[in-house]
Ligand binder design. Structure first.
Ligand SMILES: [Ca+2]
Ligand SMILES: [Ca+2]
Length: 133
C-alpha cells in the first residue's frame, strides 16, 4: 500500500486511531477536509440540475450528485496532501465532455472553516472546507 493510499484509507476515522506509521507521515503534510457544497446557481446543463462531482489530486472524491440551485449537500471527505499546494476542482458530469464548474487551490492551514466560491459553465458553488496540519 502506498503512503497516500494508507492515509486516504484513514478517511472518516479519528486521529486517535492513526497507527504510529500514519502519524509519522502526517507530520510532513496537511489534511483537507471538505465539509459541504452549496449550489448558488446550477446552470451547467441545458435543462435540469447539475450532476456535480469533486476532484482532488486528479481523482473523483465525491459525487456525482444532483445539485439544483440552492441545494446544500454534505461532502465529509478527508484527504491528505504533502505538496506545497493542491487543486480542488468541481465538474458537471455529462454524456460527452464534463463541464468545469471551477477550481480552487489549498496550500496552508485555514485556521478553521473556510469557504471557496467557484464558478464555471454558468454555475456557481460554495465549498466549505478546512486545511490543517
Ligand atoms: Ca453540462
Ligand atoms: Ca450534467
Amino acid at each position: 500500500m502506498s503512503t497516500l493510499n494508507q492515509l486516504n484509507a484513514i478517511d472518516e476515522t479519528l486521529f486517535t486511531e492513526l497507527t504510529a506509521e500514519q502519524s509519522e507521515i502526517v507530520e510532513g503534510g496537511m489534511f483537507l477536509k471538505i465539509y459541504s457544497i452549496e449550489s448558488v446557481v446550477s446552470r451547467a446543463d441545458v435543462a435540469g440540475a447539475d450532476d456535480a462531482y469533486i476532484k482532488f489530486q486528479g481523482n473523483k472524491v465525491w459525487g456525482d450528485k444532483t445539485m439544483s440551485t440552492g441545494d446544500v449537500r454534505s461532502v465529509n471527505v478527508l484527504r491528505y496532501f504533502d505538496k506545497t499546494f493542491e487543486t480542488v476542482s468541481l465538474f458537471d458530469e455529462d454524456w460527452g465532455r464534463d463541464d468545469h464548474l471551477g477550481s480552487f487551490t489549498v496550500s496552508r492551514p485555514t485556521n478553521g472553516l473556510a469557504v471557496a466560491s467557484v464558478s464555471g459553465s454558468g454555475s456557481k458553488y460554495n465549498v466549505y472546507y478546512e486545511v490543517y496540519a
